[in-house]
Design a protein around this ligand. Sequence first.
Ligand code: SAM
Length: 429
Amino acid sequence: MIKMPSSYDIIYFSEANKMGKKYVDNYWDFIGADTKEYTHSFHIYPAMMIPQVAREILSRYKNNDMKILFDPYCGTGTSLVEGSLVGLKCIGTDLNPLARLISKSKVTKVNINNIIKLLNNFEKLTKNKNIKVYQRPNINNLDFWFKEKQIVDLMFIKDFIDSIDNQDEKDFLLVPFSETLREVSLTRNGEFKLYRIPKEKINNWNPNTIKLFTEKLMRNINGYKEFEKKNKLFNHEVYNFNSSEEIPNELIQENSVDIVITSPPYGDSGTTVAYGQFSTLSNEWLGIEDARKLDKKLMGGKTTDIQETGFKVLDDIIQQIAVEKPKRAKEIWSFYRDYKKSIENVSKIVKNHGICAYVVGNRRVSNIELPTDEFTRYVFENNGFKHVETIIRNIPNKRQPKKTSPTNKTGNTVSTMTNEYIVIMKKED
Ligand SMILES: C[S@@+](CC[C@H](N)C(=O)[O-])C[C@H]1O[C@@H](n2cnc3c(N)ncnc32)[C@H](O)[C@@H]1O
């Protein structure tokens, strides 16, 4: 049964195809909803999808024949958790190692009693800490980003985690470790980019690393217990392939996926959300090489000369921006180049009558809105899909800059985004 939206305003935006509607729907605001249920509480991350969005898409579009959900930009795995809760096998991919660690850990079966034992052992150890010389982690400017007391405590926790044999249990503890190290570092909390807190605040900066870690681990244990009670199927795969390049056939076969639920980045990392920078310190503590090069590998990270995307509205906008800002126009084109390729590849692995739900943002550049929702629809339509509907939702509390400074002058801001577009497409051969 399809639920009717509480209030909506139908805007037909294509005379040629009136099948699909586009409307603003306040039902999708989910004001006051608990976005941290189950394992959704595990770790903060930029531009997370709220679980209620994935849940509502599943409640409207999942049918009993569906078996496989795929998310080509799975981030911390919001749609994988929701898919698992309704009994789907969930497959995700993300180029960010931190995102993969978090999403895997959210949907992997562990023996929670073993985790509780580990927590107890850890707490005992903290009471009679031996003086031990640890190997310092290989992190650029370690002393610039952390004070010595926090470094020592983090090394103590990491040493404990490294001694765990079972990889899934180890990962379960690495998630709160990563969140803790970010919180005790000298980066400004509330910023996704790597900025250091002001000098005058550093002296008084003395967070309790051990306490934060144990609290977060306890919170995750509780979230996991709730998830385990409700979870119908622990069956997932989390990969690190780039769907703009290819979706390896040996991992996901053509015409095999029933439903795709995803929230792609809004633009290239350099000028929108820097997932790589947000994750740098965690990835480095986790021993990932080249962590600082990650943003360049994400969508739009490699710029090339502007060509046509084929979607005239967008091509005209890119040309218009290119007149005054050629570099910015190149970055925009490069993002849509990768995004288009990814949709083409995703289209192939979806079954006939399968659903793709893309939650996208239309960001503004030079005060012009980039119509990512319509571009998404256009590319899918050229790859055997029909438009079902586009739901426009308000983003009431997303941790996402609503204002940007187009001239980089303080106070000179324009609104970048207050809505999110849920574009629903159906494959119809
Ligand atoms: C908006 S976030 C997804 C958030 C996710 N829905 C969640 O709830 O946590 C977009 C993700 O796309 C990933 N990404 C960007 N370019 C990618 C690419 N070419 N291939 C795979 N993942 C990519 C980023 O690392 C980031 O985690």
